[in-house]
Design a protein around this ligand. Structure first.
Ligand SMILES: Cc1cc2nc3c(=O)[nH]c(=O)nc-3n(C[C@H](O)[C@H](O)[C@H](O)COP(=O)(O)O)c2cc1C
Length: 323
């Protein structure tokens, strides 16, 4: 399938997650078959004001392509300028965040707050499409709240603005991440637009991906939390959808190897200190379900060097072999 001019190989993409989907993790997901990855959301305003932190979030590794960049903002001109600035990083597509519920984003009229004005959503897309020659996509929710369930209207507005695809997370802004995803709304969006629709929410294994396709008729699925500490979920989804094969979760030894590889890659560009601090949460995710996980996680919080991490990974593997 294609998103605009971008050829997509595979069924599942990585959903953007601020504070989690950094370059090292995205590369890991592409290695495991993610069809497309997206950066954490980046402030269009920050970028236009030359904020260095925003620029760091935009660096794309050659090994993680195709990769999209996600921007947030509420001003069509600033979003268009930011879109043109990020072309320096050669993204495969530019995604617009129209779903973030966090007060510091939605409270500033960005993210999910944009859904209150489909016309503004259309104008933002239109301004960006005029500025860049890569596909512009949007990521929305079911609606702003239960009184404004307007994903269909917003999807039609962004399509009219020239968007090449739309991701739908089937929850409203005030539902945050808790209640089960409403697949009916994803299906309704799919029926209402002719651009590709990416179904998102609660895909934790290959079967969830298969039923998301069946229930909604979506063109791709986006996996967020289900990929944290589990990048192999993309391999599992591909194996199941292509060959009907259910691949097991990798053994503890492989999971620890991947954790180590990911944190080493983080250290290469973030420095050891920051990488080890951020490794705590990734270690916690990779250790899900492992015997004695809470004690191992405790140790992960005390790591200060890559050598410490290596020792921890070896200890976890040895304990697994003994157990
Ligand atoms: C920690 C975290 C950070 C997130 N950051 C972003 C973000 O930067 N941009 C965005 O569009 N969505 C963001 N999301 C939403 C996810 O992309 C996704 O829509 C949501 O988690 C539902 O999918 P899932 O059930 O597969 O996790 C974030 C979600 C989480 C849990």
């Amino acid at each position: 399938m294609k998103i605009g001019t971008l050829e997509i190989q595979g069924h599942a993409v990585l959903a953007p997650m601020a504070g989690a989907t950094d370059r090292a993790f995205r590369t890991m997901c592409v290695d495991h078959g993610a069809a497309l990855v997206t950066t954490e959301m980046v402030s269009a305003k920050g970028l236009c004001y030359g904020d260095r932190k925003s620029r760091e979030l935009l660096m794309l590794d050659e090994r993680e392509r195709p990769a999209a960049i996600q921007l947030f903002g509420d001003d069509p001109d600033i979003m268009a300028k930011a879109a043109s600035l990020v072309m320096e990083f050669s993204p495969a597509a530019i995604d617009i965040n129209m779903g973030c519920p966090a007060p510091k984003i939605a409270g500033n009229s960005c993210g999910s707050a944009l859904m209150r004005s489909p016309e503004l959503c259309r104008r933002i897309v239109e301004a960006m499409v005029k500025e860049v020659d890569v596909p512009v996509t949007a990521k929305i929710r079911k609606g702003y709240d239960k009184t404004q369930v307007n994903a269909v209207e917003v999807a039609q507005a962004v399509e009219a603005g020239g968007a090449s695809a739309i991701t739908v997370h089937g929850r409203t802004r005030d539902q945050m991440y808790a209640p089960p995803v409403d697949r009916e709304i994803i299906k309704a969006v799919k029926r209402a637009v002719s651009i590709p629709v990416i179904g998102n929410g609660d895909i934790l294994d290959a079967n969830d991906a298969a039923t998301m396709f069946e229930d909604t008729d979506c063109d791709l699925v986006a996996v967020g939390r289900g990929a944290l500490g589990a990048p192999w979920i993309f391999t599992q989804i591909e194996a199941y959808l292509t060959h009907g094969v259910i691949l097991p979760v990798p053994p503890v030894s492989r999971r620890m190897e991947l954790l180590y590889k990911q944190v080493r890659a983080m250290a290469e560009y973030k420095g050891e200190k920051i990488a080890l601090l951020q490794a705590r949460k990734h270690a916690g995710w990779y250790m899900r379900g492992i015997d004695g996980a809470s004690a191992w996680r405790q140790r992960a919080c005390e790591l200060t060097t890559i050598a410490d991490l290596e020792t921890l990974c070896v200890d976890v593997i040895r304990a697994g072999e003994r157990g």
